[in-house]
Ligand binder design. Sequence first.
Ligand code: TTP
Ligand code: MN
Ligand code: MN
Ligand code: MN
Length: 374
Amino acid sequence: ASSGDETATFSMPIYACQRRTTLDHRNAVFTEALSLLAENAELSQDEGRAVAFRRAAATLKAFPEPLTDARQLRGCPCLGQHSLSVIQDILENGSSREVEATRRSERFKAMKLLTAIFGVGAKTAAQWFQEGIRNLPQLHQSGRVLTRAQQAGVAHYDDLTQSVTRAEADTIGQIVEEAVGAKLPSARVTLVGGFRRGKLSGHDVDFLITHPEEGREEGLIPKVVAHLEARDFLLYHKNNRNSYTEASGTPASTMDHFERCFSIFKLPMPEGGEPHSRQDDVALRRGECRRWRAVRVDLVVCPFSQFAFALLGWTGSKLFERELRRWATQQKNMSLSSHALYDNKQRKYLKAATEEEIFAHLSLEYIPPSERNA
Ligand code: TTP
Ligand code: MN
Ligand code: MN
Ligand code: MN
């Protein structure tokens, strides 16, 4: 129906898992502003607000044209009063006062800096901030006792706050494949996380490992870790055993129960390459040859029958995953996790060998990884 003005109303599905969201889009100014507010809410442990801003940002990532007038947004889902006022502010003034004030605030800056330490979450950082700690020297002076993870996080802070390139991810992929192949031939290693969605850089590298004969994958992590350690590829690791059973499985939870390893790799740098970090410069001036950098790596092992669910769950984005679970619960009366899909009405688990089958069980159009960048 004609509405008497030029802005065509176009309809966008409500759930991000119903939409195709590519890495590049037309509204970065708006999505970056809303993402900063989401991040600030996460740092304040206000999950509800964070999700609201993440959903609003995702709506704009999927918006097909540059936004020049708020009226273009009629019919778009997940834009609450707060997000709309931020958008309006940017349209009128080129930036949002709230966003810029947050960006400059002492709390936001310090919380970002502290949570960038591996092993430090919002809760710990808030406590430190409360005690007056704003940066690494102050953390050091405070004499706080750090966990083993945090000690590693501080020691490799410069490297770990520098993004990982696709080339580095591929090099680590070769190292992981060699180690896995040595311990369990014909096991399969799949690059997941942001790099599977086509990102050109990331904060870490994620791998999913499985074996076509179910059961053979059990206990693989400690063996792979020993292999990597013997070759001096690990600066830090923390292994977790598989703790999943169908009975124990609150099936729709965010955390999964796979055998896994959160690690920091010692990645050799190509000879003659540029020194990467300040630590490198210092080492080189001392005459030490320190041609490596620290990189966060997640290794996850799953039983073959859960592979499709684990692949879908570990590919992300985090909002896309959240929306898939919300869709499953609200629209299908099903519970989706990285282990399984349970149909509450039929009271049975629905099997799937591929991601395509999971989307089909959920009555969703298949969305490939490169279009899950919500
Ligand atoms: P991340 O590595 O945190 O995120 P990312 O790879 O999308 O982005 P980045 O480039 O910053 O690394 O998580 C990857 C996926 O793994 C994400 O969809 C959430 C999922 N995941 C789980 O399913 N369970 C977990 O316990 C964790 C830590 C992540
Ligand atoms: Mn952190
Ligand atoms: Mn990742
Ligand atoms: Mn990860």
